[in-house]
Design a binder for this molecule. Structure first.
Ligand code: MLT
Ligand code: ZN
Length: 478
């Protein structure tokens, strides 16, 4: 339990905070506080008396100092797009939400150093666009990039569509600025590619989900902008065929793969049904689909021809049933939309239980087959919708409620469902949380998966940096 103040202590603190951030930096209207206290999936509903929106790192640090002095716990929040309730306060109203939304400046962008120094509240999409303006690229892309903010993206170590080529968010971080639980500002905004000077502190904060401090700015690595991109949408008879196709693309031009995404027939069907203007670019529906993207900064690299060569052979051998290669930017976007709208389509279909898991890439087909069978046995009529980042082994093994079933009842089965899926994940030496983090949803899994020395070390780190447990209580650690 955090050493926190009672709810009334928050009320007395708010006036003091107002003198630091002004009226603009403080939201106390129930419309604002209620929406900040609920996650977008509507799985967790907390309560907070105020959302504090500092305009600078110094203001944020001053707010943290005031909260620390009053013993009031803090929940950092960016775009509030966490899949695991990582940014919602608890139910008793004793925690303050600190929003990074107004820390939204690109402080620097250097195309020679290939870095950008960017504040936590910049959306991922805005960061990508800023890089493109200077002919560079921030190679991180996730479905929620229009609202997810850099601070949250780093706090959870987001992965997404380009991990197969560029790694996760942590692989792109050269430097960080963090406000520590006592309000101290750690300025580690270095741009160096080589810097072996003791413990790598920035990587401690990346992935810590706001439990060790609040990330206020970062130096991110950029790459040269892609000059040629080729995207194909393929139907395949099985997940095993999708793996075969991955091996073929890798053998042909591994360095060009920038995304290799899997979609099930059912998941894609939900997108076609629920998302306006979504169209299948192929004549017939199939059990699985694959989106392959090749990209390179080299002009005239012949990526389309490369893709055609691989696909022709795969079609001839029945590995691929049909394929469409995008002929324009609009077609490319339409294909990507079929993939990106999977979560939204599932939400519109009814209740779903998400399993953000990873296994070695070579085990993806076996995992999907076995996890599907296990879930269908657990809940007859449940609909498995596996999709996601097959190229890095991260599958979103989501389960949609049986048709006509009670959504509340289905959501109450989340632990048995997740445990059933995780048993198969364990068999293949996978992870129960690949890219969404632990948040409020999964701390109960930590002892079983990370218990012993690993969890003990995590607790000692938490106690050393945040001894009073004021930063994002109840998240990550059980
Ligand atoms: C995605 O890749 O679209 C999201 O991470 C997945 C999800 O909604 O489970
Ligand atoms: Zn994903």
């Amino acid at each position: 339990m955090p050493d926190s103040a009672p709810p009334h202590a928050v009320a007395t603190l708010i006036d003091r905070i107002r003198t630091v951030v002004g009226d603009r930096g403080l939201l106390t209207d129930p419309i604002d506080t209620e929406s900040a206290a609920e996650d977008w999936r509507r799985l967790f509903k907390g309560r907070t008396q105020a959302v504090v929106r500092p305009g600078t790192t110094e203001e944020l640090a001053a707010v943290v100092r005031l909260c620390a002095a009053a013993g009031v716990p803090m929940v950092a929040q960016g775009g509030n797009t966490s899949m695991v309730g990582g940014a919602v306060p608890n139910e008793d109203g004793s925690e303050l939400v600190i929003s990074t939304a107004r820390l939204n400046r690109v402080r620097a962008l250097d195309p020679i150093d290939m870095t950008m120094t960017i504040e936590a509240g910049v959306t991922l999409k805005a960061a990508q666009n800023a890089a493109l303006e200077k002919d560079c690229m921030l190679p991180l892309s996730i479905s929620s990039e229009g609202s997810a903010q850099i601070g949250g993206v780093l706090a959870v170590n987001a992965g997404g569509n380009n991990t197969v080529r560029y790694g996760n968010a942590r692989d792109l971080v050269l430097g960080l600025e963090v406000v520590l639980p006592d309000g101290t500002i750690w300025n580690g905004l270095r741009k160096l590619r080589k810097d072996n000077t003791g413990y790598c502190l920035r990587q401690l904060f990346v992935g810590s989900e706001g439990t060790l401090g609040i990330i206020t700015a970062a130096v991110l690595k950029l790459v040269p902008r892609s000059r040629e991109i080729a995207v194909a949408f393929c139907s395949v008879p099985s997940a095993a065929a999708a793996l075969d196709l991955f091996a073929r693309v890798q053998a042909h031009d591994a360095a060009a793969i920038s995304a290799f995404e899997l979609m099930s027939g059912l998941g894609t069907d939900l997108v076609l049904r629920h998302i306006p203007n979504a169209v299948l670019p192929l004549a017939e529906p199939a059990p699985f689909y694959v989106l392959v993207e090749l990209a390179t900064p080299r002009p005239n690299a012949g990526l389309r021809a490369s893709l055609e060569t691989v696909l022709e052979a795969a079609l001839a051998e029945g590995v691929v049933v049909d394929a469409a290669i995008a002929e324009s930017d609009a077609q490319r976007a339409a294909i990507w939309r079929l993939r990106e709208e999977h979560s939204e389509a599932q939400k519109r279909e009814g209740a779903s239980v998400k399993n953000d898991v990873s296994v070695p890439v070579s085990k993806v087909p076996a995992f999907i087959d076995e996890a599907t069978a296990a879930c269908e046995k657990l809940i007859p009529g449940v609909r498995a919708v596996p999709f996601g980042h097959m190229g890095d082994g991260n599958i979103h093994f989501n389960l949609v409620q049986p048709i006509g079933g009670d959504p509340r009842w289905f959501l109450d089965q989340d632990h048995p469902i997740m445990d059933t899926v995780n048993e198969v994940v364990r068999k293949y030496d996978g992870s129960f949380s690949a890219e969404h983090g632990i948040g409020k949803l999964k701390p109960y899994m930590m002892p079983e998966w990370r218990g012993g020395a690993e969890l003990d070390l995590m607790r000692r780190i938490k106690d050393a940096i945040d001894p009073r447990g004021l930063m994002n209580p109840g998240k990550v650690l059980p």
